[in-house]
Ligand binder design. Structure first.
Ligand code: ATP
Ligand code: MG
Length: 420
């Protein structure tokens, strides 16, 4: 299936809005075995929209547009597409009822302009909008109109992400499965790893996976800050089995580095582990400025396991809140194994958490020394088994430094829970 994506919106061209639909839709489609072959972003001009859709329909089996379905004067997609396809627009009664209901529920008067969103081109399949007003539209374009060969599908989706995402997952995916099925079965699996750099990961697994690649396994890596995804995909009747075998090999090779599958985040895994073990954690952060606590509290249900955190940036607070000793700071400095140890011990003792994580480091750009260069981090982990301190080196810009350091801290916690 040849697929093209058209993102409309002058705000995209002006750099006011990041085109997240490009990534999100490509990603969703790819996960279902549909790979986008071309993508363009264009402004909200009638001529551009019509030209882009015409061109794409000249090549593709499926064209998806985003944006421009709303009620304002810059929302031209529905109108321009109907004109291009030579179809008239009529008011869809069900959609109009839904629009009126949308405003009634919110106790707001429905502006007249909104009615335009109930206008649909002849023959369109209507994708009701569960989170907004403009419905999506799916149109089958007859063979021969824009390209020789088969017919095409044109799917128009609204711009706001919170409207587009559920519409795509709940309505477009089933429609594609039914109307544009893949030639052969498809399976894919995303394994999330942390703690091993991309190049070393590749070195470790590419050899053992060679025989699967020879059988058609598609192996991909995606490195992000502090983690690497390994993506396994395959087509054909044995796709599922091939991926399961490759996964088993990877899990044997990387028993600890793989922390989850799909889109799961490291903090999700940690909160789940702690919840299952009925255990709690507290954090004592210096150089991450609260990021570890922030990440943990992004997870629903964190309150059952996350007791709280100290952000002790100044030495005085490390002393008064965590009980780090004068002598320790004087002899070893704030960024030291000893300080990390006392921070973790002090935090854990403060309220009897099962685990305490501490971080102290030099984010830079200044403050480094020969023995402790910028990027040096000491990470403490206290539990019933005692305190362990790990030294890390993260010589990055401050935000990356914080992200990587928080990742290492969460990972140390994850591994400690696994081992416990
Ligand atoms: P509305 O009814 O809100 O006008 P619409 O279908 O007409 O919806 P647009 O007007 O094109 O959609 O976009 C509405 C908003 O959705 C934009 O202001 C922007 O915040 C967001 N948006 C649109 N396109 C994208 C995109 N490609 N990536 C991320 N956000 C987008
Ligand atoms: Mg709009």
């Amino acid at each position: 299936v040849n697929i093209e994506l058209i993102n409309t919106g002058s705000e995209l061209m002006l750099g006011r809005v990041l085109n997240t639909h490009q990534q999100w839709l490509c990603r969703q489609l790819a996960d279902h075995g549909y790979v986008v072959s071309r993508q363009v972003a264009i402004s909200d001009s009638a001529g551009d929209i019509q030209a882009a859709v015409r061109e794409a329909l000249g090549r593709a089996d499926l064209v998806i547009t985003t944006g421009g379905l709303g009620p304002t004067s810059d929302d031209l997609t529905r109108d321009r597409v109907a004109a291009l396809l030579g179809r008239s627009l009529h008011t869809d009664a069900d959609t109009l009822v839904r629009l009126e209901e949308f405003y009634r529920q919110r106790k707001r008067r429905m502006p007249d302009r909104v009615r335009v969103q109930a206008q649909v081109p002849t023959g369109a399949i209507i994708l009701p909008n569960q989170h907004g007003t403009a419905p999506g539209l799916a149109l089958e374009v007859e063979a021969g109109r824009f390209r020789s060969g088969g017919r095409s599908w044109l799917i128009l989706l609204p711009g706001p992400p919170r409207e587009l995402h559920p519409m795509f997952s709940n309505q477009v995916v089933p429609l594609l499965r039914e109307r544009l099925p893949l030639d052969q079965p498809y399976a894919c699996l995303n394994l999330r790893t942390t703690g091993i750099p991309e190049s070393r990961l590749e070195e470790a697994i590419s050899g053992p996976l060679e025989r699967f690649v020879a059988q058609g396994l598609d192996l991909g890596y995606c490195a992000r800050v502090g983690e690497v995804d390994v993506r396994l995909a395959a087509h054909g009747t044995s796709a599922g089995a091939l991926i399961a075998e490759a996964e088993a090999v990877l899990r044997r090779l990387l028993p600890e580095a793989i922390y989850g599958t799909g889109d799961v985040r490291l903090e999700d895994v940690v909160v789940r582990q702690l919840t299952e073990q009925k255990q709690t954690v507290i954090v004592a952060e210096s150089c991450t400025g609260g990021l570890i606590a922030h990440r943990l509290t992004n997870v629903p249900g964190a309150s059952a396991v996350f007791l709280g955190g100290f952000v002790t940036y100044a030495n005085a607070l490390k002393q008064s809140l965590l009980g780090v000793r004068d002598e320790t700071l004087a002899a070893h400095g704030a960024v030291s194994e000893e300080t990390a140890r006392e921070m973790a011990t002090g935090a854990r003792a403060s309220c009897g958490a099962d685990y305490a994580v501490s971080v102290t480091g030099i984010a830079g750009p200044s403050g480094g020394t020969e023995s402790k260069p910028v990027g040096t981090v000491f990470l403490g982990l206290a539990s019933v088994r005692g305190v362990e301190v790990t030294k890390c080196f993260n010589p990055f810009d401050r935000e990356t430094f914080k992200q990587v350091t928080s990742q290492q801290a969460l990972d140390a916690l994850r591994r400690a829970i696994l081992a416990g």
